[in-house]
Design a protein around this ligand. Structure first.
Ligand code: MN
Length: 232
C-alpha cells in the first residue's frame, strides 16, 4: 500500500444541482478579455482571432457562500463574475459543432484578482500568476447540469457589492463562446472531466475590502456569494 510522508491535499469538489454526487475539480482555465467593454475598461482590446488563457491551481478553489480573508500582497483586490463551463467528457481537438457535448454543466465563478500585481506583471511583460493564481482566488457556485438548464448562450450576468450593482451585462456578449473555447483549448490540452473554464468577465470590475459582501447571478445558471474579512 502506498504511504505518503504527509497527507495528500483533499480534492476540491463542487456540489451538483439535483444530484448527491460531487464534481471533482481537476484544472482551472481562465479566459482573458472575452467581453469588448471589459477589454476597453482595462485599456486593452479583444483578440477576435483567438482567446488566451491563464490558469489557477485547483486547490485555490473556494465554494460559494464562503467568508475569506483579504489576501496578502495587494491593495487592489478585485471581483470578476464569470460564466464557468464544467467539462464532463474527455476530448482532444474537439470540433466546435461537438464541443457542447463535452460540457457537463455550468456555474457562476468569481475570478478574484490582485489587480495591482496583475497590472505590474502586464507592464513588465511577466506572467500573471501573482495577480491571478493565489489562495482562494477561484470562487465557484454549485454546478447546474446541462441536462437541467441546457447550454445557456444569453442571459443577464449581474454582480452586486453590498447590494449595489457593479457588473450588469449579458453572457450573449461573450466574444468567444463556450463551444469556441472548448474547441480552441482542446487543441492545446487533452481536456478531462473535472476541468473548468472560467469564460471571462464583463465590464464593471472593481475593488472590494474587508467587510464587503459580493453577490452574483447569471440568469438561467445560478448565483454565487462571497464575503471578505480582515486578513489574518
Ligand atoms: Mn477573469
Amino acid at each position: 500500500m502506498t504511504s505518503y510522508i504527509f497527507p495528500p491535499q483533499n480534492v476540491f469538489a463542487a456540489p451538483i444541482r439535483g444530484r448527491s454526487e460531487l464534481f471533482p475539480i481537476q484544472r482551472i482555465f481562465c479566459v482573458g478579455r472575452n467581453y469588448e467593454a471589459h477589454a476597453r475598461e482595462m485599456g486593452t482590446v479583444v483578440d477576435r482571432e483567438a482567446p488566451f488563457y491563464f490558469t489557477k491551481a485547483a486547490c485555490h478553489a473556494v465554494p460559494s457562500g464562503s467568508t475569506i480573508a483579504y489576501p496578502p500582497g495587494t491593495a487592489n483586490y478585485h471581483y470578476e463574475l464569470e460564466l464557468v463551463a464544467a467539462i464532463g467528457k474527455a476530448g482532444f481537438a474537439i470540433a466546435a459543432e461537438a464541443a457542447l457535448s463535452h460540457v457537463f454543466g455550468y456555474a457562476c465563478g468569481l475570478d478574484m484578482t490582485r489587480r495591482d500585481l496583475q497590472l505590474q506583471a502586464r507592464e513588465k511583460q511577466r506572467p500573471w500568476d501573482l495577480g491571478k493564481d493565489f489562495e482562494q482566488s477561484a470562487v465557484l457556485s454549485d454546478i447546474a447540469p446541462a441536462d437541467l438548464i441546457g447550454h445557456p448562450d444569453k442571459g443577464r450576468i449581474v454582480l452586486k457589492v453590498n447590494d449595489v450593482v457593479r457588473q450588469n451585462s449579458d453572457i450573449g456578449l461573450l466574444i468567444h463562446r463556450v463551444s469556441a473555447l472548448v474547441a480552441h483549448l482542446s487543441r492545446y490540452y487533452h481536456l478531462q472531466p473535472g476541468d473548468l473554464i472560467y469564460t471571462g468577465t464583463p465590464e464593471g470590475v472593481g475593488p472590494v475590502v474587508a467587510g464587503d459582501r459580493i453577490e452574483g447571478l447569471i440568469e438561467g445558471v445560478g448565483s454565487i456569494a462571497l464575503a471578505i474579512r480582515e486578513h489574518d
